[in-house]
Design a protein around this ligand. Structure first.
Ligand code: NAP
Length: 346
């Protein structure tokens, strides 16, 4: 039997504020053999996502999380796209391409029940981690099911050039909304307006968000798709109109905080405008996933939905890529390429 190595990245220490390289440990071990019902997966691409920061806490200042924490020494959780090397499950064979929750490692067995088969002819396989994966589904259900966006609405989206935000904004445009994006650089703002056809953009590092919202949303905001929380959310709440829907998708500006920030309560704006604020987790819509992914795949293949990937090579660069994601260094869906892509289809 050939012994194969698995390179994996473990949580060495819990970050208190910003994660640092020293909080992670890279090690090489012998890959385990798959048991009955499992597949051995060789990672081609792995995903770094903001939610991983939450898994690194053991206590949460904001209350109990929707998902369990990692223990020290655990492999960092996350989705990968990989190739099945060996299968002990009748639904998979060697050579199949899957998306699964292998985490930050190069070669390991996983239950076949946790995998989804990818059709490489449909779209580049890396998109299963972005627009045709968890972030794309988050945008789709957050905007349409929670936000109830409809033609004519004024929709504001934060982290608007990112994996979720860029998709939510484009779907809103497809539905006939007027879309304003908030992003962290001039380059990102130019991209969402010129390439993705958003109506306008606000640079949150440079512009006065309050006056920009007054200028661009004169009748008020119908839907706010919130990816960042913090002071941007507080400012947006001053601009909601009657019947507004505030979609609480994420609060990345707060993920590295040690204490909750003090802010004006949003309840008065909700009451004054008969508005609704609702949080969600993408897995709430798991049963609809096949249907929504089929719709998204159609939009991608027709060119109605565009996407941008920010690919970094080498598993050893995963911790720094993750740290950078939380600072806004990424431009598009951040993905790590771990080995050659047999389809070379990026
Ligand atoms: N509810 C769910 O099921 C679900 C699922 C997936 C993701 N999410 C959430 O959705 C959000 C976006 O995730 P993503 O994967 O699409 O990431 P992303 O937008 O591709 O990357 C994160 C972006 O957040 C922005 N950011 C970072 N710190 C910020 C700050 N202090 N203030 C304002 N913006 C900041 C940066 O963009 P700028 O340079 O533009 O500031 C950065 O590029 C996250 O909050 C994530 O936790 C929720």
């Amino acid at each position: 039997m050939i012994v194969m190595d698995n390179i994996r990245i473990l949580l060495k220490e819990r970050p208190v504020t910003e994660p640092e390289l020293g909080h992670f440990m890279v090690e090489t071990v012998e890959a385990c053999i798959p048991k009955d019902g499992e597949i051995l997966v060789s990672t081609i691409y792995l995903s770094v996502d903001p939610y991983m920061r939450g898994r690194m806490r053991d206590t949460d200042i904001f209350g109990k999380s929707y998902a369990p924490s990692l223990e020290i020494g655990d492999v960092i959780v996350g989705a990968v796209v990989g190739e099945v090397i060996e299968s002990k499950d009748p639904h998979y064979k060697a050579g199949d391409i899957v998306e699964t929750k292998l985490g930050w490692q190069t070669l390991a067995p996983i239950s076949a029940n946790l995998a989804r088969k990818i059709t490489p002819s449909l779209a580049p396989i890396s998109t299963a981690l972005g627009i045709l994966g968890m972030p794309g589904l988050t945008a789709y259900h957050g905007l349409l099911d929670i936000g109830q966006a409809r033609a004519g609405d004024c929709v504001v989206i934060s982290a608007a050039s990112g994996a979720v935000g860029a998709v939510a904004g484009q779907i809103a445009k497809l539905k006939g909304c007027r879309v304003l994006g908030i992003a962290g650089s001039e380059e990102k703002c130019d991209y969402i307006v010129n390439d993705l056809d958003f109506n306008a953009a606000i640079n949150h590092r440079k512009d006065d968000i309050d006056s920009a919202l007054t200028e661009h949303c004169q009748d008020g905001i119908d839907v706010y798709f919130d990816n960042v929380g913090g002071s941007i959310l507080d400012t947006v709440m001053n601009h909601v109109r009657d019947g507004a829907r505030i979609v609480i998708c994420g609060m990345i500006s707060e993920y590295n905080l040690t204490n909750p920030e003090v802010a004006v309560r949003p309840t008065r704006a909700l009451l004054n405008h008969s508005a609704r604020m609702e949080g969600f987790v993408v897995s709430d819509f798991a049963e609809l996933m096949d249907e929504s992914l089929a719709q998204m795949a159609k939009w991608v293949s027709s060119g109605q939905l565009k996407y941008r990937e920010d690919i970094i090579t080498g598993i050893e660069n995963t911790p720094s890529a993750f740290i950078g994601l939380l600072r806004g260094d990424n431009f598009g869906k951040r993905i790590i390429q771990v080995r050659d892509n047999p389809f070379n289809d990026v």
